[in-house]
Design a protein around this ligand. Structure first.
Ligand code: R5P
Length: 310
């Protein structure tokens, strides 16, 4: 079988290395740096001819992360890899995914086009902002969920009358899966966005009074969605509030906002890296390295991934 090789850009080398440790391989040798003017410079420093190459790079801001991914894909293809898989644990630029107002782009489709043209033969990602982004690609696409990792963690805790809450309509499917697995209730917050990055809560749909509430979302950016959700849940009589999320982008003062809110704990995955000294004791990081590593192994061995989705 062709050799499995993983090459990481600079976005999240820690996670790439955890994946390599799980697979008991060394990360591929690659230089991903910048020219003096700031342009991305890539050079793969080992032979990849005929290899099964996985290019590892989440694409949270800055845009340099996306450019590194594209340039690495191009390098791998031109170096005659047999197959190139883009491993994008956090698929950024996903929020503008439809033309819902005049004169807006569909950035998620643009990024899909860029990745394909750059040389991706297939894509492996996790908890897309909206699942239909898969349809923007005409190449094989594996969409993992962080749920098994987050649910295993939640199962170590004791709750009184637990209710899983989706902080907006977009995360309802994710929240429903959690409520089913945890045998918990389900509630939904009717969120409006008067303008980008500002969220207003209109209503809570469902009963949360006297309950331990677990808010589940795919992404925390400014933290506004979560903080406004927590306020209204507390007003409606929620007891404890915990927050679980896959992608912790933590823009601006999100960490401070979360810390100041009446939240017992925020547990997130390591798809986006954070220096421990930039976090607070309220934030717990759970690793998705084994899940990604297992998926990479199965893709390489042409085995089914479906048992990873439950
Ligand atoms: C929205 O649809 C997403 O699921 C998140 O709730 C949202 O992007 C989080 O953004 P912020 O933390 O800035 O409110």
């Amino acid at each position: 079988m062709d050799e499995l090789k993983i090459f990481s850009g600079n976005a999240n080398r820690e996670l790439a290395h955890r994946v390599c440790d799980f697979l008991k391989i060394s990360p591929g040798s690659i230089e991903v740096s910048e020219f003096n003017d700031g342009e991305t410079m890539v050079r793969i420093d080992e032979n990849v001819r005929g290899a099964d190459v996985f290019v590892f790079q989440p694409t949270f801001p800055p845009a340099r992360n996306l450019i590194e991914l594209l340039v690495m894909l191009d390098a791998a293809r031109r170096a005659s890899a047999r197959r190139v898989t883009a491993v994008v644990p956090y698929f950024g630029y996903a929020r503008q995914d439809r033309k819902d107002q005049p004169r807006v782009p569909i950035t998620a489709k643009l990024v899909a086009n860029l990745m394909t043209v750059a040389g991706a033969d297939r894509v492996l990602t996790m908890d897309l902002h909206s699942a239909q982004i898969q349809g923007f690609f005409d190449i094989p696409f594996d969409h993992l969920f962080a749920a098994p990792v987050l649910i295993d963690y939640l199962k170590t805790k004791k709750f009184t009358n637990p209710v899983v809450v989706s902080p907006d309509i977009g995360s309802i499917k994710m929240a429903r899966a959690f409520s089913k697995r945890l045998e918990a209730g389900l509630a939904l917050i009717d969120k409006r966005r008067p303008r980008p990055d500002v969220s207003e809560v209109v209503n809570v749909i469902g009963e949360v009074a006297g309950s331990d509430v677990i808010i589940i979302d795919d992404l925390i950016s400014t933290g506004g969605t979560i903080v406004t959700a927590v306020e209204v849940l507390k007003k409606n009589g929620a007891r404890r509030v915990l927050v679980g999320c896959t992608h912790a982008v933590f823009a601006g003062d999100a960490v401070k906002r979360l810390d100041a809110a009446p939240i017992e704990e925020v547990f997130v995955t390591d798809t986006v890296p954070h220096a421990p000294d930039k976090l607070t004791s309220k934030i717990n990081i759970l690793s998705v390295a084994e899940l990604l590593g297992e998926a990479i192994k199965r893709i390489h061995e042409e085995q089914s991934l479906s048992s990873l989705f439950v």
